[in-house]
Structure formats: C-alpha cells, structure tokens
Design a protein around this ligand. Sequence first.
Ligand code: ADP
Length: 591
Amino acid sequence: MKNKNTLYRLFEFAESCKGLLLSSVVFAVLGAGFGIVPYVAVSRIIIQICAGDYSLKSIILMAVIALLGYLLQLGLSTVSTVRSHRAAFTVLKNIRTALTKKLSRVPMGFVLDTPSGKFKTMLVDTVEKLELPLAHMIPELTANIMIPVLMLIYFMFLDWRLALIALATFPIGMLCYMGMMKDYEKRYDRVIKAAKAMDAATVEYIGGIEVVKAFNQSSDSYRKYAEAVKENENSKSEWFKKTNPYYAAGIAIAPSSLIGVLPVGSLFYIGGSISAGSFISCIILSLGLIAPLIQALRYTDSLAMVDATVKEIGSLLDTEEMERPKKRAHLKGENIEFYNVSFSYKDTEVLHSISFEANENEMTALVGPSGSGKSTVARLIASFWNAGSGTVKIGGVDVQNIPLSQVMEHVSYVSQDNYLFHLSIRENIRIGKPDATDAEIEQAAKKASCHDFIKALPQGYDTVAGDGGNNLSGGEKQRIAIARAILKDSPIIVLDEATAFTDPENEAVIQRSIGELVAGKTLIVIAHRLSTITMADKIIVMNHGHIEAEGGHQSLLESCELYRTLWNAHISVSDKKENGLTSTAALGETV
Ligand code: ADP
C-alpha cells in the first residue's frame, strides 16, 4: 500500500471508468487531428490566390473543408470533454468511497484525535479540487500539444527555415518556465498547508463560538483564526510574487514568433526563396503555434496541484488500519482482564503496566483524578486503539484476536460526548438496535428515565434532535445514549459518566438508569461523582496511569489515602450543593 505514486493511485481510482477515459483520449486526439484542417485549408486558399491559380469552386471547396474540420474538431473535443467529465466524477466518487471506507477501518482513536474539520475538508474540498484538472486535462492538454505539433509539421513542409525561426522564442519561454518551477513544489506545499490550516481554524472557531462568546475570549481564539487567514494570504502572495514574473515574461516572449518570422521571411521573399502565398501562410501559422503550447504548460500548475492533492489523500489512505481477524472468536464469558497494559498517545505513555479484572455480573468503577487514565482504559476496552504492550482480554480472549465487529457487538461504550443525529429521538434510540420495534424503543427509554421528558417534547418520540442534539440538555442526551445501550443489550457496558450534568435531579435519574444497565452484565463505570459508585462491586483507584488501589468503598476509605481525599472532596461539594453554595467550577473540580 505504501508509497504509491500519484499516477498509479489515479489509475487505481479510475479503474471502473477506464473505458470512458480511453474513449475521451481517442476523441481528443481525433478532435486535435481535425483542428489542423482549417489552417491547412486557409493556407491553401492563400497560396492559390497569391499564385493567381484559383477558381471560385476550389476556394469554396477549401472553405467547406476548413468549416468541416473546425466543426469536427469542436464536436469531437466536446464528446471528449463530456466523457472526461463523467470519468472525473467517477474518480471523485471512487476516492470519496475509498476515504469513507478507510475511516471505518482505521482505529477509532485516530478518528477521535483528528479534528473533524480535517475530514470534512479532505472529503469535500480537497477531493473536489481534482475535478477541474481531471475533467479538462485530457481534451485540452491533448489539443494544446497535438495541434501545434501538427501545425509545425505543416509549417516545416511549407518552409522549414521559417518554422525553426518561429520556434526560436520558445526556448526563451522555457527558460522563464524553468525559473518559475524552481522551488515550486515547496512554495505550493506552503500554500496548501496554509489553506488547510485556515479551513481547520475556521471550523474550530465557528464550532466553538458559543464558548468563545460565553467566556468573552473572542480576542484570543480570533487570533488563532486570524493568524491562519494571514498565513493563507502570505503564502499565496509569496507564491504569486515568485511565480508570476517568470510566468508573465514567458507568456510575453514565447508567443512572439513573428519577431523573427516577419523580417527573415521578408528577406526570403525579396530573395525569391519563398512565394507570397507560403509566406502569408507561415505568418498565420506562427501566430497560432506557440499560444497552445503555453496553454499546455499552464497545466504543470494543475499537475502539481493534482500531485499534492493525491499525495494528501494517499496519506490518509495509508494510515495504518486496525488489524483484527475476520473469524469470530469464541469467548468464554464476558470478563474483562488487563495484563500489564501500557499505552501511549504518540510519545507520551499515559498507562503504565496496569493489570485488573472486571467481572461478569459486576459493576467495576474506575475513579481517580482528572487525567489519571480512566477514559483511556475505557477506550482500550472498546478497541478504539490497541494496547501498546500487555494484553486486554474479553471473555478470556486477547481483543487483538477478536474481530472489531464482534467487539462492537459485545461492548456498548456510552461516552461523555453523546452525539445525536439529525433524526427523530425514536430513530436516535433505534441506532442501538436497528430492527427494534417502537414498543422496545419506548421500553428502553423508560428504563433510561427518558420516556417522560421525551413525551413532553412537542412531537414526542418524533421530535427531531437538532444537529448533534443541540436542543436537548446534556443530561437528556446522556440518558438517550443510555437508552441506546439498554436497547443494544450488549453484555459489556462501558459508561464514561459525564462530569457536566451534575444537577441532583439528573444524578438520581442517571443512577437509576445505570441500575437498569447493570443487571446481568459486566459494567464498567468511569465515575466522576463518587456517590454513584459506592455500591460498586469493585472500585479501582487510578493515579497518573497507575492503579493505586482496588477494593470496596468502605475498605478503600480505610486503606487508600487518595480515595479518601477524592471522597472528602466529593462530600464537601455535595454539602455545598445541599446548602445551595455549589458552583459549576466547584463541581468540575471533584474529579
Ligand atoms: P481521565 O479519563 O482519567 O481524565 P484520560 O484517560 O482522559 O484521563 O487521559 C489520560 C492522559 O492522557 C491525560 O494526560 C490526557 O491529557 C492524555 N490524553 C487523553 N486523550 C488523549 C489524546 N486523544 N491524545 C493525547 N493525549 C491524550
């Protein structure tokens, strides 16, 4: 898979539209072939008139041939363009399909770690950039190279000396072109990087606008966005400054083939070595010779862009996938075991050789200060990543030997960030079990204590949750996520209990919902409010990526200093809460 070059990749994406591409090339070549006909016909007319050897019939015949040649060129290149467009749309579709398929195979953690703006930019904008060059390159590049080459052959046939003189300015143009291409890739790379950074900064700025406004942080977060916009402008200006003078010089010098053809041709004519008709034809030919070649050179810009874009797409397609077997594993029970598991985010190890067991039919709670590694443990159970070293087992089998689909089937991971799709609440719950009946959905909602608030919504279960569930409270979203998990009825449930929704009323209902989840299952709760887990069968106290202690609530209170501190902090916040003194900040500090 690695290091595929751009052309190879494009051919891969074009596999399903090979026929279209090939026929587009054939029509483009035929069109270009006919493109020379008007030049030849017109020059024949001129030569005949100048030689005084013409008849009305022969002139009309040549004019008709010129017109036919022109129409055929137009018709064939249009057919070629239509075909190349259809091929380009297919290639774009294939790239997008490959990218989305890839996203489903890379570790979930990779998806979480990548800003969502980046995927959006890649799938929508980056891929779209390929449409124009891919759709136009075949017909236009073919015509722009072939027609001048054919014209040159005819030019040579008329007068090879003038043909060479007409070409003399082209090498100067090429020198300008080479000047333009110096460090081109590096400059272009900067332009692309800056554009991407601006896209990501824009998405982030707009996405976080609520927080920005609430905390009156507009100047700070705006700075990041403004810097990205500035860099985008600077990179483009630099690119333009360094590219354009060469380009302008090339455009001005290269096509001025008349500079040589006119004086030298006149001398030849005076000397009698060229007829008036051929001389005039040569002037016409030299007028149209270079411009298409320059036009063709412009495509190097597009080619550099295609190359950079395909490489960028390729880098995502080459992301390492999660290697898991296809064959279902035979699990013995639903226990979860960690043996000496270490895990690093990039170069920072955050779990250091931890071992524990979470038993079937039991509730195991993970507690510890913020950043101690609780969520990372939860995500390793759900196979968002593979452990760096050590083994994570489900039902006695190393998760690396269990197909990802089987892990997903066995584990319900209720995260803090419960995304609701822009669908009805009913359909949002149904995601837990696609073939669930409406009655099953309502029953799960009742167990998750969300039936009442759903019923109170304007359209009940048919109320559409806004984008990401924005029109529901955090607590409500979490309860809907719990209803999904209840409906899914998987034997292992990992609940990353949300920190944000700590009003006592909500806490009580969430606790009831958790009670519904636990029956007959392996339940792992990442607890941010210790009162919800005092009844847990096992509490694992984490600190700086280590397990500090494990046991029941009472025994930990007696034996574990850290647990006691966490508990006291929790109690004192609860007390303040009861006395109406609580603040969101204080609650946030309990973890
Ligand atoms: P907890 O759930 O106990 O708050 P986490 O498991 O979320 O702890 O985090 C453990 C450590 O790993 C923290 O230092 C955190 O900053 C870091 N961390 C968490 N997620 C990521 C991530 N996606 N990329 C890099 N570091 C991360």
